[in-house]
Design a protein around this ligand. Structure first.
Ligand code: NAP
Length: 484
């Protein structure tokens, strides 16, 4: 299956924080891959901006090294890399000072799409937005891209939205949640809204429950001090898992249009029920085999921040009342996997004398690794042994459909950056969505802070604290196994 590549309009893309980790690991490699795919027009330029005084040549050398490190050798070649590198510029600029702004202004050309990627700490967003305007670099057609974290609670998110709104309209602001750029996540919308098959069943009468799992094997290495001020709820649930929940639970939008889609997601967030303390399990990974535990990694022996959370969430509307959504995410777990599993109800009556006759169908949407969709259905066991039933997966792995090793699936950042240039906000969070998600998360966080609750210790390499198993057991359900 060959996908069509339609070039975007020529652009000048400025990356504030162009020498940082995100630029080196994700943004520059993604742009190179789009260049290779023929999507980046020849006239386009990428302008790195950071305080460090380096020459354009030094910046290009850094970008070359990053791409060599983060793009597999089978997916790059020296000639195209040199051609891509020619599109790079660099301006030494201080977000909070006066240095470099005039130079940046001179780099921007008329007739290009102007996009500014704020790949810096959120505390610098306001200063950059202000200076872009003060120096006449950004105008009403420019776009800005902002990274997570978008606030640490409702108050800070509101303040951030207000700061950006001083200089940019909502239509100019692209708040990245890279989960929304994943192929499978968009396929979730295609599966739901481009087929008649599932939608009639997509409600509490037919769906027993939903499980959303984002499991990581890594610790908080190197980010411990920052992570300890955040935790799994703020770092993962309020944004990534919430966005996945919205895409599963939302009503069909009237059109695949940015505001129509985001209006529907917002309604889901507003319909979320408050979460009861007994429906939340928080954990911290313990030390094991000489490897530090969470508290050591965080440098805070008394830390009450969670590196794992599981919670049961209800949605108070006609479609979902009575169907719990179980969310869980954590670090140092058994395997690295992100998936959504939709458990349909069992048939109301089994006509087969077979213990397997009444098993539920499960639709599993895998985000990583091996993006794909898999539907478990009951069939007759082959052979003459009577009417015995067995459950088999109908597997649609995108890796098989789209390329020999799946590496032809664009990275989420590739798609999202191209969407910014196209001016398509569908896969970006709107300001009111982010605020609504914080308005839901804040009382939950305040609750455990007021009660001074301590997370349960869990053994690294497992599926998390024992109590998280109980969260489902007590409802007569079971978590799916965490495996790659
Ligand atoms: P980083 O490695 O610390 O890089 C920060 C960048 O900002 C550097 O290029 C730095 O260069 C520049 N910078 C710092 N102060 C500046 C100033 N006053 N004026 C101009 N430039 C300045 O951070 P990062 O990991 O790339 O993260 C960037 C943003 O993306 C953060 O908001 C982070 O939360 C978010 N994010 C990162 C990741 C990731 O995987 N890394 C994932 C999701 C979100 P100089 O020191 O030379 O100025």
């Amino acid at each position: 299956m060959v996908s069509r590549t339609i070039p975007v309009d020529p652009f000048d893309l400025v990356i504030f924080g162009g020498t940082g980790d995100l630029a080196r690991r994700k943004i520059l490699p993604s742009l190179y891959r789009r260049f290779l795919a023929g999507q980046m027009p020849e006239e386009s330029r990428i302008i790195g901006a950071a305080r460090t005084e380096i020459s354009v040549e030094e910046y290009r050398a850094m970008a070359r090294d990053s791409i060599t490190e983060f793009v597999p050798s089978s997916k790059r070649d020296a000639a195209s890399l040199t051609a891509f590198i020619d599109h790079l510029r660099y301006v030494a600029i201080d977000a909070t000072g006066t240095q470099g702004w005039q130079e940046l202004r001179e780099e921007m050309r008329e007739g290009m799409v102007h996009a500014f990627y704020f790949s810096v700490a959120p505390s610098l967003f306001g200063a950059i937005a202000e200076r872009l305007h003060e120096h006449g670099i950004a105008d009403g057609n420019s776009r800005i891209v902002v990274e997570k974290p978008f606030g640490k609670d409702l108050k800070t998110a509101r303040a951030l939205n207000a700061t950006l709104a001083e200089h940019f309209t909502e239509q100019q602001i692209y708040r990245i949640d890279h989960y929304l750029g994943k192929e499978t996540v968009q396929n979730l919308m295609a599966i739901r809204f481009a087929n008649i098959l599932f939608e009639p069943l997509w409600k509490t009468e037919y769906i027993d429950h939903v499980q959303i799992t984002v499991a990581e094997t890594v610790a908080v290495d190197g980010r411990g001090a920052y992570y300890d001020t955040s935790g799994a709820m703020r770092d993962m649930v309020q944004n990534h898992l919430m966005q996945l929940l919205c895409l599963i639970a939302m009503e069909p939008p009237y059109h695949f249009d940015p505001d129509a889609v985001r209006d529907e997601k917002l309604k889901v967030i507003r319909a979320l029920e408050p979460v009861r303390p007994e429906d939340i399990v928080r954990g911290q990974y313990a030390p094991k085999n000489g490897k530090a535990g969470y508290r050591d990694d965080a440098g805070n022996p008394d830390s009450r921040t969670e590196s794992y959370i599981a919670l049961k969430v209800g949605i108070a509307n006609w479609r979902w009342k009575g169907t719990p959504f179980y969310l869980r995410t954590g670090k140092r777990l058994r395997a690295r996997t992100s998936e959504i599993a939709i458990y349909f109800r069992r048939p109301p009556h089994s006509i087969f004398d077979d213990p397997e006759g009444g098993r539920e169908n499960v639709l599993v949407i895998r985000l990583q690794p091996n993006e794909g969709i898999n539907l478990k259905v009951m069939i007759k066991e082959p052979g003459p042994g009577g009417m015995r039933l067995t459950q088999v997966p109908l597997d649609m792995s995108f890796a098989q459909a789209l390329g020999p090793d799946g590496s032809d699936i664009p990275d989420a950042y590739e798609r999202l950056i191209m969407d910014v240039i196209r001016g398509n906000q569908t896969l970006f969070m709107r300001g009111d969505e982010v605020e609504a998600a914080w308005a839901w998360a804040d009382p939950i966080i305040e609750g455990w802070e007021t009660r001074q609750e301590r997370p349960h210790a869990y053994e690294p390499g497992t599926s998390g604290p024992e109590d998280a198993l109980m969260l489902l057991h007590r409802d007569g359900r079971r978590w799916r196994e965490i495996k790659e």
